[in-house]
Write a protein that binds this ligand. Structure first.
Ligand SMILES: Cc1cc2nc3c(=O)[nH]c(=O)nc-3n(C[C@H](O)[C@H](O)[C@H](O)COP(=O)(O)OP(=O)(O)OC[C@H]3O[C@@H](n4cnc5c(N)ncnc54)[C@H](O)[C@@H]3O)c2cc1C
Length: 63
């Protein structure tokens, strides 16, 4: 649950920062894109957040 929450917060924060920076945030000339990529990766490479939700739901007896 902690991993799910932390990675969702990181993803949403990175996307908000990119949005706030406008074109500079989106441009590959600046670091923001790398931060977004890193944050999105964290919702995938440690076991995807969809599967994390599935595991958490199962642990509560939800199917
Ligand atoms: C940079 C990086 C580093 C990695 N390092 C490691 C490592 O050190 N050790 C290791 O073991 N693996 C590692 N991986 C692999 C990583 O764990 C897998 O990429 C990840 O588990 C997703 O598996 P997949 O890529 O086969 O996607 P898939 O399983 O094909 O999933 C594709 C999409 O479908 C969704 N999905 C799949 N099944 C379900 C379901 N039942 N319900 C709902 N949604 C579903 C997934 O959430 C995802 O969004 C790494 C991956 C990356 C990108």
């Amino acid at each position: 649950m902690a991993q799910l929450e932390a990675t969702e917060v990181a993803k949403n924060t990175a996307l908000e920062c990119m949005q706030m920076m406008g074109g500079y945030g989106y441009s590959t000339e600046f670091d923001m894109v790398q931060h977004v990529r890193a944050a999105l990766g964290a919702t995938i490479y440690g076991g995807t957040n969809e599967i994390q939700r599935d595991i958490i739901g199962n642990s509560f007896g939800l199917r």
